[in-house]
Design a protein around this ligand. Structure first.
Ligand SMILES: [Zn+2]
Ligand SMILES: [Zn+2]
Length: 376
């Protein structure tokens, strides 16, 4: 058993703001079991705060409680459940992916690891892929968040949740590849399969929306219109090669740049009303990809005839339709070549004990990706 510090959430939803004051997350000393066969003990050295963490806190995505949350992270392998593991060794840097792919279910065998049914079921139960929890608070089990539980000094993960990357990758950048980059770049390159010269609109410039922008640039998309209410995020989008517009300027900007609608529209705001606007701003035959997570009660209303008469495609993109083992090394190589400036997504770096106030900043919508370093 390893004694670790982890941020534990005791209640999903019904958490009062400001979080800094009511502290829905508490840093707890937990006991972490050693890794079983096929599992890894990882010393977490950077973890990003993502909107899907907030969704567990505010109840938009209810999960079994208590739970050690956090799912976008990187770290160093400290121990192996299988000393002869064919893919990992002590000292390897790994990026953790938030859906382990079992490799055996029909979806995995159909080259859709992002739809792995075994992995999704384990995540839904708050367990690792092989079943059960490795985390304990006294005698009580603590659930894992998406097989990762990253806001912690250490994690035990299934080896299929980990992707080995170059050891010299800075941790605060490496972490971003696990969720924001995988989801945002994947939405553009895998789900929408943007082609050079296509025009793209991105709604919502959180970590995933900005990563989608990087993916659109790297794919040769032009023009790229980036819509967000926060001026400093629009300014960043413009530095990254997009044209920024506030929501009240969007209609005029779309009419000017895309008089017939855009080839591809990415919705990364997580609101049904925004998805509706995204659908309307696609051209006939255009593709609309949504990566946002709206509140489960939100309903989408669309002119039903338009899907056929306008030949539009509306698709949800989970984890950027990615194969983490294929795509993370590919995106890291693009970053190294200067084609995917992921470091621009990095906002600020914090201690683990700042987590509740970081949740406030995230919900207020002002922050770019915030990273926590459990070891300072
Ligand atoms: Zn995430
Ligand atoms: Zn599977």
């Amino acid at each position: 058993m390893t004694e670790i510090i982890a941020a534990v959430l005791h209640r999903s939803g019904d958490n009062q703001r400001p979080y800094a004051e009511h502290a829905p997350l508490s840093l707890r000393k937990l006991r972490l079991e050693p890794p079983r066969f096929g599992e890894l003990l990882v010393r977490i050295d950077a973890a990003g705060l993502c909107h899907s963490d907030l969704s567990v806190v505010n109840g938009d995505r209810p999960r079994p409680m208590p739970m050690a949350i956090g799912h976008e992270a990187t770290g160093i392998v400290e121990a192996l459940g299988d000393p002869d593991d064919p893919g990992f060794a002590v000292g390897d840097r790994v990026v953790l992916a938030f859906l382990p792919a079992c490799g055996e279910c029909l979806r995995c065998r159909s080259s859709e690891p992002y739809m792995c049914s075994t992995g999704a079921a384990a995540n839904g139960r708050g367990e690792l892929l092989a079943g059960g929890c490795r985390l304990h608070d006294g005698d009580a089990p603590v659930n894992h968040h998406l097989g990762v539980s990253a806001f912690a000094t250490h994690a035990v993960v299934d080896r299929r949740s980990a992707v080995k990357v170059d050891a010299d990758l800075p941790p605060e950048i490496a972490a971003l590849f696990g969720c924001a980059v995988l989801t945002g770049v994947g939405a553009v390159m895998n789900s929408a399969a943007v082609r050079p010269g296509e025009g793209v609109i991105i709604y919502g410039l959180g970590g995933v929306g900005l990563a989608a922008l990087l993916g659109a640039r790297a794919s040769g998309a032009t023009p790229i219109l980036a819509i967000d209410p926060v001026a400093k995020k629009r300014a960043l989008a413009e530095e990254l090669g997009a044209i920024g517009a506030a929501p009240d300027e969007a209609e005029a900007a779309i009419a000017r740049l895309f008089p017939r609608g855009a080839d591809v529209v990415v919705e990364a705001a997580g609101k049904a009303a925004v998805l509706n606007a995204a659908y309307r701003s696609a051209r006939r035959g255009g593709r609309v990809v949504t990566v946002g997570l709206p509140h489960p009660d939100e309903k989408l209303e669309l002119p039903a005839l338009s899907l056929v008469a306008d030949g539009k495609t509306l698709m949800g993109s989970y984890m950027g339709s990615s194969s983490p083992a294929r795509d993370i090394p590919r995106y890291v190589a693009m970053w190294k070549a200067g084609l995917l400036p992921v470091e621009r997504l990095l906002g600020s770096i914090h201690r683990l004990d700042e987590i509740n106030s970081l949740l406030d900043q995230l919900e207020d919508g002002n922050a770019v990706r915030m990273i926590m370093k459990p070891w300072g």
